[in-house]
Unconditional design. Structure first.
Lengths: 519, 108
């Protein structure tokens, strides 16, 4: 069982999706989806506990050894990201199963395939396989984005699909160049070959530059980030909440490529200084967007961009402390971003015609919703008692030693202030301005929505309460991430398990073909 | 042969980029298709170009690298599915708004 642990987060959603497609009744699909996602959370928790021993668990698909076959690699960061995606998935699915899933066909199977793509993208140790999981994730996200219908979603969907198809083309060009120059697509193997490669270094660095361009497109770095607020605010609340983890896929991939291949391979100057400049510009741009947002879900979309910009400050310095702070910030900002979307959905339902627009509403919000909004605002703005403050404090502390520190400090602090101002102004309109006092809310909220939104909002205080253990884990994860030599050794010398005939053929595939690409 | 392939990839890419920049759904769709042809040819060349060399060891005097062929196959399948989905989405957008501009920020 433990030997097959790395593949389980991919197999479980796949099985659930197949089962759901076989039984097209919504009630059954709901139960299967919720059970499978709950199981995925448990599985990811177990995987995280397993990974905390610091060993790289390498799973060779079809038992083909590493440079030839595809490997899945579980380290602390990958396990933590799978856990994060599973938690968001559970909350989003719970929210969606109170009616949103009935607004179109096949919501549940597509949702599981989306989880499959996200998990695979975090776990894989092969760049072409990363491309395939990106595509699975994107294809599912195209369908989820359009779920529920409406012109705004279709328009946002067209632009999103076009942009990502272009991104995929660039990704493939980068992979072709990498294979043509370095002769491998396995990340560990690439890193080793890059270190001793003098043949055509310009071409190899061009290949990595294209790869980085694709990752920052997914993450939303400034000149490539205009799609993000439109797309995320057009999606339904639970879909947008799950999307909050998708920008992080690009950031984690960038962090991994930088630390495992670029920095040890002598291309550590590829990201500097433009990445820091553009990341700061993204933060400033997103802060202005937060200020200009006219409804809560648009504001939440800009917050996702703000956290992406902040996180993109961290791959370039490439030190253990910076990465540790980045991992903590990443975990908490993902949960807060998702909470913003779910809370916007709940508030919109409560306020009737005014929805989540920042205008005078018809009746006051219930007290618990006001408190939830306050907690979310304080966390997102980075105010002291909650996790946003701790994450920002850690980042500011470790970025103090970098050469760009004055600009980073000024921009991050100013952006935090702008977010605070925006939340104060918009919160007044949402909470205190209404036409008639009293009266029961017209719509009784489904318990699933309340539960999902409150659980994610509670992430702010909880992650602050457990900041010690989480920061410790982040530090160990960063330490493991900053050992590229040990990573390469673990991947490339992964022994074939002795019980190979009995254990292996779960995914019997020849190495270059992607088993999940066929459906 | 290298020059011919390079020119083909270049021309396809240029046409693709030009069409994508038109920002109407039909030219964009065509442009993406051309671009994916260019990318597939490019991927195919990444293992080196050899004539009369099957991707099998021992089947002939020379053998060519089988991996790029497998990559191209995967890329074709994925690209085809994505393009089909985009075509469907574009048709839906056209039916809903009688407008085929690629612009998510347009107000009603």
């Amino acid at each position: 069982m433990t030997a097959h642990a790395p593949i389980l987060p991919i197999v479980l959603p796949l099985l659930a999706a197949l089962l759901q497609m076989a039984v097209p009744r919504l009630a059954v699909q709901r139960i299967v989806g919720l059970l499978a996602t709950l199981l995925l959370v448990g599985l990811a928790g177990w995987l995280t506990a397993l990974a905390d021993d610091g060993v790289w668990r390498v799973y060779a698909l079809g038992d083909w050894p590493a440079p030839f076959g595809i490997v899945l690699v579980v380290d602390r960061l990958a396990a933590l990201m799978v856990l994060l995606g599973a938690l968001l998935g559970l909350a989003s699915l719970l929210y969606a199963s109170s009616g949103f899933d009935a607004r179109g066909a096949n919501f549940h199977p597509i949702f599981q395939l989306q989880l499959l793509g996200i998990n695979g993208a975090f776990l894989t140790g092969d760049l072409f396989n990363l491309f395939v999981f990106f595509e699975i994730m994107l294809l599912a996200s195209y369908a989820l984005l359009a779920h529920g219908g409406g012109l705004a979603r279709t328009r946002a969907g067209i632009a999103y699909v076009v942009l990502n198809l272009l991104g995929s083309s660039i990704f493939l060009l980068a992979l072709g160049l990498l294979y043509g120059t370095l002769g491998s697509l396995n990340l560990a193997d690439l890193a080793q070959r890059l270190a001793g490669y003098d043949d055509n270094r310009a071409l190899a660095s061009l290949a990595f530059a294209l790869l980085v361009a694709v990752f920052v497109l997914k993450a939303g770095l400034l000149p490539l980030s205009f799609w993000l607020p439109h797309t995320y605010s057009a999606a339904g609340a639970p879909v947008a909440a799950l999307f909050a983890v998708m920008t992080k896929v690009g950031i984690v991939a960038l962090l991994r490529v930088q630390l495992i291949a670029l920095a040890p391979g002598g291309l550590d100057d590829l990201l500097e200084p433009w990445l820091t400049v553009l990341a700061l510009a993204t933060v400033a741009f997103a802060a202005l967007g937060v200020l200009a947002a006219e409804r809560l879900r648009v504001l939440a979309a800009w917050l996702v961009l703000l956290s992406a910009g902040t996180l993109l400050l961290t791959p370039a310095p490439a030190s253990v402390q910076v990465s540790a702070a980045a991992i903590y910030y990443l975990a908490q900002s993902t949960i807060v971003g998702a909470a913003g979307f779910l809370l916007a959905g709940v508030i919109a339902e409560q306020r009737g015609a005014a929805a989540d627009r920042f205008v005078t509403g018809a009746r006051p919000l219930p007290a618990w919703l006001q408190i939830a909004f306050l907690v979310l605002a304080a966390t997102a703005a980075g105010l002291p008692p909650f996790s946003g403050f701790i994450g920002k404090l850690m980042l500011l502390g470790v970025l103090r030693e970098t050469p760009a520190a004055p600009a980073v400090w000024a921009t991050l602090l100013a952006a935090g202030f702008v977010v605070l101002v925006a939340f104060a102004r918009d919160g007044c309109l949402l909470v205190w301005k209404y036409r008639e006092a009293g009266g029961a809310p017209v719509v009784a909220l489904a318990w699933q929505k309340i539960c999902a939104a409150l659980c994610l909002v509670a992430g702010g205080p909880l992650l602050a309460g457990f900041a010690g253990p989480l920061a410790g884990f982040a530090e160990r994860a960063a330490g493991q991430l900053h050992a590229p030599g040990a990573y390469a050794t673990a991947v490339l010398t992964a022994a074939v398990p002795p019980a190979a005939p009995a254990a292996a053929p779960r995914v019997p595939a020849p190495p270059p073909q992607m088993p999940k690409a066929a459906p | 042969m290298e020059a011919l392939l390079a020119i083909a990839v270049g021309v396809l890419t240029a046409c693709g980029v030009f069409l994508v920049l038109r920002a109407r759904t039909f030219p964009v769709l065509l442009g993406l298709t051309l671009l994916s042809y260019a990318v597939n040819l490019f991927l195919f060349a990444s293992g080196g170009l050899r004539l009369d060399a099957p991707p099998l060891i021992g089947a002939g005097a020379a053998s060519s690298d089988p991996l790029p062929q497998a990559l191209v196959l995967t890329a074709i399948v994925i690209g085809f599915a994505m393009t089909a989905y985009l075509a469907l989405l574009a048709l839906r957008g056209l039916a809903e708004s009688a407008d085929d501009t690629v612009d998510p920020g347009r107000e009603e």
